[in-house]
Ligand binder design. Structure first.
Ligand SMILES: Cc1cc2nc3c(=O)[nH]c(=O)nc-3n(C[C@H](O)[C@H](O)[C@H](O)COP(=O)(O)O)c2cc1C
Length: 213
């Protein structure tokens, strides 16, 4: 399987990091075309303390803890409008923008993109492949909401970065991973069944009943 992963300058660089890690661990993804926006580099520095300025494959492999000689991730420059993901004739399963800024969301929704992320998303939609967008902003204004509706109607999967708490996460990674597995579900990438909801367990049911007493 081959996917494009784009990281933009919304808060939540850790969602991108964990998505890449779990795609790598899935065993079914053979190539990831990675594109970073300039703002993604800024936000990753602020949030994760990692410097992805002028990153190459070695930098990315080091960041993700992948083997130094791993060729899984192919990095494409934002301005390289002739890169592989820019053409529908290049076969791949789909694309995820994680996290997706309101700027990138708006550019994709308008169809008037100016960089490789916008173009690759546009191509994914026109080829009727899976396009997963992980928008992050709060609160949303009417323009953001209209753009999301427009993209949803065009076939995109809108999965806002709003993690659940019903699995009682004890760490930030557990919180993020539970959300990332929903993203993988929508991309058709397998992951551990341990994360699937199997109905309310007895102890949780008892807890709810006692809270209602
Ligand atoms: C620390 C930081 C956090 C940000 N968080 C968000 C956010 O959550 N959502 C958003 O839409 N923009 C956010 N921004 C602003 C975007 O980075 C900015 O609009 C940028 O132009 C988006 O460009 P891009 O879509 O090419 O990445 C943030 C910026 C910084 C520096």
């Amino acid at each position: 399987m081959e996917f494009t992963v784009a990281i933009t300058g919304a808060s939540g660089s850790i969602y991108a990091q964990r998505t890449l890690l779990h795609m790598a661990a899935s065993g079914v993804v053979e190539r990831i075309n990675l594109i970073l926006s300039n703002s993604a580099v800024t936000v990753a520095k602020v949030e994760l303390g990692v410097d992805l300025t002028n990153a190459d494959r070695n930098t990315i492999n080091r960041w993700l803890g992948l083997p130094a000689d791993s060729r899984l991730i192919q990095l494409h420059h934002l301005d390289n409008i002739a890169a592989r993901p820019s053409s529908g004739s290049h076969p791949q399963e789909g694309m995820v923008v994680v996290p997706c800024s309101m700027g990138t969301l708006g550019a994709i929704a308008s169809g008037a993109g100016t960089n490789l992320i916008h173009r690759a998303a546009d191509v994914t939609l026109k080829e009727h492949r899976r396009l997963v967008l992980v928008p992050r902003e709060t609160p949303f204004n009417a323009i953001h909401l209209e753009n999301m509706l427009r993209l949803s109607r065009a076939g995109a999967h809108i999965i806002p970065a709003s993690p659940g708490f019903y699995h009682r996460p004890q760490t930030v990674e557990a919180l993020v991973d539970h959300f990332v597995f929903r993203v993988l579900d929508h991309l058709g990438i397998p992951h551990s069944p341990a994360t699937q909801w199997k109905g309310l367990q007895e102890d949780a049911r008892a807890l709810i009943n006692s809270a209602e007493d």
